[in-house]
Design a protein around this ligand. Structure first.
Ligand SMILES: [Zn+2]
Ligand SMILES: [Zn+2]
Length: 93
């Protein structure tokens, strides 16, 4: 179910099941719930017992949000709040 791509390039990828678009920088799109993640680690966090969790409601043991919604310029991307490289990797300043 994981559509992932680690190639660099200006090429944009899209999903046949939704309108999400993402560039070739290791973003991971879930073909199950159609959320876009900043990488495989973030993707893995929303999968639990073979099901998709809603990234908007995922919290850690302290009750803090695990992922926050950012944008890659073309679509919304769920990323870790600690992901300081996000803008660099996704080409946004
Ligand atoms: Zn999913
Ligand atoms: Zn999709």
């Amino acid at each position: 179910m994981l559509l992932s791509n680690t190639m660099k390039g200006a090429e944009m990828f899209s999903c046949s099941g939704c309108s999400n678009k993402w560039g070739g920088l290791a973003q991971a799109h879930c073909a199950g719930c159609h959320n876009l993640f900043s990488g495989v680690t973030a993707f893995d966090r929303h999968r639990s017992k073979g099901k998709c969790l809603d990234p908007a409601t995922m919290t850690n043991t302290e009750g803090e949000k695990v992922l926050e919604l950012r944008t890659n310029g073309a679509a919304d991307v769920w990323a870790f709040p600690t992901d300081v490289d996000f803008n660099e990797r996704f080409g946004r300043s």
